[in-house]
Design a protein around this ligand. Structure first.
Ligand SMILES: [Mn+2]
Length: 378
């Protein structure tokens, strides 16, 4: 993007309305409140950073029927972004945002409404929610292509047909094949990363929950998954640092701006009840030093039948001291199953038929005769 200096802030996978565990604060699920706090913190940081463009690459909400307080948080954050009329705000729909039914709608409709209310009527549109693939010339000079998760018949959106000009920005919610991520990311619905890098100077992607540089070897490209703002994936224990991405086309740099979130205490032990109780006691003292983290104890090779020897008091203290507590007991000495042919000794249908007809009484013969099969039996 020679000669053009654009600074952007990109976030994705906010998952407002996400809930986990039973811990509550002010009568609300603690994790739902955590996610809202992370979102509003990120927005404040972004406003402070004075960027030209803000992109939200999908999964702003966890599902279309989020709570009213979560909707409030969503609108409060979006509202802050829209206050500065020069700020470009691009939102693409993620799979979690998408309406399952027409009658449900999606909370993104409300974001769109806020945008319409604050849109400066003079000049070109600067705010956009994309639920279908589209291209948009921002202010008439920045070429943007928005590739949301779409539902229903969308036809094809052929990137090869695009007559693109500089500078080019793509905001997508999709698995990108060729990024060396998990196998799902190489599936039939994936976008080809190399095709995208060929066409766009900036690729701000959502869907993958860890901040990932998608063009580490390219000095002339900015491409990344922003990652989620809090730990909201199904296996959140292994997620990395959370935040949003600040990028600059002047030097093709991008960096994660961290957003503080709930801490994690993830421990693993192998053995019987003694080992487990020891680990639990240790965790109680560790939990004491932390502010209600997400905590898990994974126990490997636990002997079957000894569960009652685990200290229930320690377990419930852990549960009380954690925002989300998971006790993952995995039994050792896996029962072996002999995978021989279990039909052994049982007759085949051929054997059964021979035995049946060998009785040789008349009713059998009549039956065969009726079927026209009695030719050789006499
Ligand atoms: Mn997501």
């Amino acid at each position: 993007m020679p000669g053009v200096g654009i600074r952007g802030a990109s976030l994705a996978d906010v998952h407002l309305g996400y809930r986990s565990g039973t811990s509550t604060v002010g009568g609300r699920n603690s994790r739902e409140v955590d996610v809202e706090q992370a979102w509003l913190t990120a927005i404040d940081q972004i406003v402070e950073a004075r960027v030209d463009i803000v992109t939200i690459a999908g999964d702003l909400v966890h599902h279309p029927r989020i709570s009213v307080p979560a909707i409030h948080a969503m609108i409060a954050g979006v509202g802050k972004l829209l206050v500065d009329s020069r700020r470009v705000v691009l939102v693409v729909q993620g799979n979690h945002d998408a309406a399952r039914l027409a009658e449900t709608g999606t909370p993104l409709d409300l974001v769109e409404q806020c945008m319409a209310a604050t849109e400066v009527k003079l000049g070109r549109r600067r705010r956009l929610v994309a639920k279908r693939p589209c291209r948009h010339a921002l202010g008439g000079w920045i070429e943007t292509v928005l590739l949301p998760f779409s539902v229903g018949e969308v036809g094809t959106f052929d990137l090869g047909d695009l007559d693109l000009w500089n500078p080019r920005i793509a905001v997508v919610h999709a698995p990108l094949a060729g990024a060396g991520l998990n196998p799902h990311y190489a599936g039939p619905h994936s976008l080809q990363l190399d095709h995208m890098l060929e066409r766009f100077h900036v690729l701000a992607a959502g869907d993958y929950h860890d901040y990932t540089d998608l063009a580490p070897d390219r000095a002339d490209r900015i491409a990344f998954y922003s990652g989620s703002l809090e730990r909201t994936s199904s296996n959140f224990w292994s997620e990395k640092d959370k935040g949003w991405v600040l990028w600059d086309t002047q030097d093709y740099s991008h960096e994660l701006v961290p957003v503080p979130g709930r801490s994690v205490l993830d421990r693993r032990v192998a053995g019987g009840p003694e080992k487990v109780n020891e680990a639990l006691a240790e965790m109680v003292s560790e939990l004491d030093a932390l502010d209600k983290p997400l905590a898990r104890l994974v126990v490997e090779d636990f002997p079957r039948g000894q569960r009652t020897a685990i200290d229930g008091g320690l377990l419930s203290r852990c549960r009380q001291m954690a925002t989300v507590w998971r006790f993952d007991l995995r039994y050792g000495g896996r029962e072996s199953v002999v995978l021989s042919d279990r039909r052994e000794g049982a007759a085949t249908i051929d054997d059964e038929a021979r035995k049946f007809f060998a009785r040789g009484d008349d009713s059998d013969r009549l039956c065969l005769s009726a079927l026209g099969l009695d030719g050789d039996t006499t």
